[in-house]
Ligand binder design. Structure first.
Ligand code: HPA
Length: 266
């Protein structure tokens, strides 16, 4: 249960309620600097919140306002590959729900399987394939565990985000994301196989968080920032440093897009 974390938050931000939660992936952490009237909580102060050991993930919950929308931002996430626990984000996401969030926006860094979309591109998720076949719902004993994943990526929110992208002249692609466990990157053979399966982008996060968000009845909007082509599709040497270095172009666009989207919500 996340009530202990909610108590800590209530002590420093009494009565705070949020409309929208955000989970910021690799390279998007600076987005949290935009939050107005912000109050920040290091994960170390929040029971059940685990600090990611991955560079580029600050490990803070930032609450406040963006435009007229009250937001609760998870600046950094722990990944399945850090401990092999698909439910590592259960308490943080339940806490966002407990703060009132009915919508969760997630960002991640991903490799592109779309030949026409390279580093710096943005892809909104329309669906996913859980290649890991692990679930954050393992061990839950009630029928609530049987979550319907059709329509997980909310069609209305996707339309609104696309409209904002068009207005700003930002290319926003849409496609299917595959979750692979990592932390190693894929082999070229895996990427070729995923292309046959109809995958458009590949990454090591987000899917467990989306399952949790749906479990907690939140609407989901998710965007991949493309940092590289899938293994074997270009001459790039893949590494975490390469991912972080390539994030800056996409992160700048994604920050502008999300701010415009949040502004349009008020
Ligand atoms: N594969 C998996 N995860 C990633 C990639 C990739 O190519 N790029 C950024 N995150």
């Amino acid at each position: 249960m996340s009530s202990a974390a909610l108590e800590v938050i209530a002590r420093k931000a009494p009565g705070f309620r949020a409309d929208i939660g955000l989970v910021l992936g690799s390279g998007m952490g600076e987005f949290a600097d935009q939050v107005l009237e912000q109050i920040a909580f290091p994960y170390a102060d929040l029971p059940g919140f685990e600090q990611s050991g991955v560079s580029g993930h600050a490990g803070r919950l930032v609450v406040g306002r963006l435009g007229k929308v009250r937001v609760a931002v998870l600046q950094g996430r722990i990944h399945y590959y850090e401990r092999g626990d698909a439910a590592a984000m259960k308490v943080p996401i339940e806490t966002l729900q407990g703060l009132g969030c009915r919508t969760l926006i997630l960002t991640n860094a991903a490799g592109s399987l779309m030949p026409e979309v390279g580093p710096g591109g943005l892809m909104m998720l329309s669906d996913h394939i859980n290649c890991v076949q692990a679930s954050p719902l393992f061990g839950i004993a009630t029928n609530k565990r049987f979550v319907d994943m059709a329509g997980a990526y909310d069609a209305g929110l996707r339309r609104q985000l696309k409209a904002q992208a068009d207005r700003l002249g930002i290319d926003l692609h849409e496609g299917v994301y595959a979750w692979l466990a990592g932390p190693q990157f894929e082999t070229p053979a895996e990427i070729r196989a995923l292309r046959v399966l109809g995958i458009d982008a590949v990454g090591m996060s987000t899917v467990p968080d989306v399952i949790l968000a749906r479990y907690f009845s939140m609407k989901v909007l998710a965007v991949s920032a493309i940092t590289n082509m899938g293994a074997g599709m270009s001459d790039e040497q893949l590494s975490h440093e390469h991912t972080i270095a390539q994030m800056s172009v996409a992160a700048e666009k994604l920050t502008r897009l999300l701010i415009a989207f949040l502004d349009s919500q008020s």
